[in-house]
Design a protein around this ligand. Structure first.
Ligand code: ADP
Ligand code: G6P
Length: 483
């Protein structure tokens, strides 16, 4: 297969500088964690933002930032604070992100930020063109870079360009509210192949293309006068072996003993040996339904008081996009909710919610996945949700219950989980109770099916399916001249 140029806003590595010293950590988020293994195993170069603004990089450290990226086959692109403000904290995360997740009340339209979004997209396209060699496949990712495919096509008309959207694509009725809707669709249509996680997102996109641009859409093809664009769904998987192997190793190391996390959790004794741990992991984002989840847990404790001192919610929220006001407000709301509920129910021996607001190393993540009996994943809207898949992959003894929102893209492939509507507290409380009471044989039966499916549709398979479909588009000739 040809070399791939991956381009996404966030690189798989995050660089920070403290006191003239560079620190490199892995990026959090489905795109980076998922695509990392494709990048690691194949012939690719990855272009993206280093996580630093130009002002934050002293001149003497710039070569080192570039070197750190190069060591991982990455090309780091740096932007000014003004660019990051308009492009990343601005149009990407105050306009596109909320709108595409149906949070219309959070969506702002600001013409200046749109201009910066366009110019940053152009800078990304220019870096791709600088590095492009004939025969390369170019794979553009996500909502921050919607205009990049056409910007590349303008300079390299014959390039093979794929675009994958990692978040939902909203229905036409929502998308049509965007002031620059034509430009956005035309930007995406610069690609030869456009991929989404689910058929619904694909359908919404095609509907917008045909109603807004009036292009001819037949099945999953868009016909332009000189090109045909394929649109398809490719549900993203996880690096299954990595999670399974890490869990097996973890169980081996801790065999018969408590892990550090379990020791700490059990330090605050719970009443019975049957007591349960519920896990929740997300970036701190309003789309993830974290506040709803806490309220539903409160309702559960009210409805089933017999579980007081016998259940605990272990909640990990990773700081995210904290310059955007809605994220700051959410942080305050969650602090307040956790404090109120812990104050209301805590006993001398027990607190109901253990809340961590930070990122954690991979080993701790595995410890959490393998230690918790139930995973409670309740997004209001989520393009896919890889955490749900990672939890199942680490359950190497097949026990554990996943409670999953029907608003996550992952729901379509994970019907054996307990499926809930994140706005229905009654249903969530009952699902928690059902999960606690679920016999082991039933847990094993459900998880065996899930694991088989996740193993087959791994992230390697996802990337391979996408790249094979992209290679095939090289052979497509327009069947007719559209009017
Ligand atoms: P999103 O892409 O919206 O953040 P996903 O659930 O699809 O949501 O992906 C989140 C990814 O981030 C997962 O691969 C998960 O393992 C990783 N992750 C989540 N929390 C942490 C954490 N505290 N530390 C490190 N990685 C994390
Ligand atoms: C989601 C988006 C990614 C993004 C990630 C983390 O997964 O689809 O594009 O990288 O969230 O968000 P951040 O703003 O930190 O890059």
């Amino acid at each position: 297969m040809n070399r791939t140029i991956i381009i996404s806003n966030r690189l798989p590595l995050q660089i920070t500088i403290d006191d003239q010293k560079l620190d490199v950590t892995p990026s959090v988020g489905g795109l980076a964690t998922g695509l990392k293994s494709f990048h690691r195993d194949g012939d690719s170069v990855w272009i993206g933002w280093s996580g630093l603004t130009k002002e934050e990089i002293p001149d003497n450290l710039l070569p080192e930032v570039e070197k750190k990226a190069r060591e991982e086959a990455c090309i780091a692109v740096n932007f000014t604070a003004e660019e990051i403000d308009g492009f990343y904290y601005g149009f990407s995360n105050r306009s596109i992100w909320p709108l595409f997740h149906y949070f219309m009340e959070f969506t702002e339209w600001d013409a200046d930020k749109w201009e910066i979004y366009k110019s940053v997209n152009q800078k990304y396209a220019d870096v791709v063109i600088e590095n492009y060699r004939e025969g390369d496949n170019i794979w553009v990712h996500d909502y921050q870079l919607l205009l990049v495919p056409q910007m590349i096509r303008d300079k390299e008309p014959n390039a093979s360009i794929g675009f994958f959207n990692h978040i939902p694509f909203p229905s036409y009725e929502v998308f049509r509210t965007v002031p620059w809707r034509e430009e956005i669709l035309k930007g995406m249509l610069g690609a030869n192949l456009i991929g989404f996680h689910t058929f619904d997102y694909e359908r919404h996109f095609l509907s917008s293309v045909s109603r807004i641009l009036r292009h001819q859409v037949q099945f999953n093809e868009v016909s332009l006068p000189d090109r045909i664009i394929k649109v398809d769904s490719f549900p993203m998987g996880i690096d299954y072996d990595k999670f399974e192997q890490a869990a097996l190793k973890h169980r081996e190391v801790t065999a018969g003993k408590e892990s550090e996390l379990q020791r700490r959790l059990n330090h605050h004794r719970q009443k019975s040996p049957d007591s349960k741990l519920i896990l929740s992991i997300d970036r701190l984002d309003y789309t993830k339904g974290i506040a709803n989840r806490i309220r539903a847990f409160e309702y559960f404790l009210e409805k089933y008081p017999e579980y007081i001192e016998n259940i605990r919610l272990v909640m990990l929220a990773v700081p995210s996009r904290s310059n955007v006001p809605q994220y700051q407000l959410l942080k305050r709301e969650i602090d307040e909710l956790v404090g109120r509920i812990n104050g209301k129910f805590a006993t001398v021996n027990w607190i109901p919610i253990w809340y961590f607001y930070r990122s954690m190393p991979f080993e701790n993540l595995i410890d959490l996945y393998t230690s918790c009996n139930i995973a409670l994943i309740t997004p209001i809207r989520d393009g896919m949700n890889l955490v749900a898949k990672e939890y199942i992959a680490t359950r190497t003894d097949q026990t554990g219950v996943l409670i999953l929102s029907e608003m996550a893209g992952a729901f379509h492939e994970m019907n054996e989980a307990l499926i809930i509507n994140p706005n229905d507290f009654e249903q969530i409380a009952n699902a928690i109770q059902q999960a606690i009471k679920m016999p082991k044989e039933e847990q094993v039966r459900r998880n065996t099916i899930l694991q088989k499916r996740l193993k087959r549709y791994s992230v390697e398979k996802w990337a391979d399916d996408f790249m094979t479909a992209l290679e095939r588009t090289r052979e497509i000739k327009p069947a007719f001249k559209a009017k």
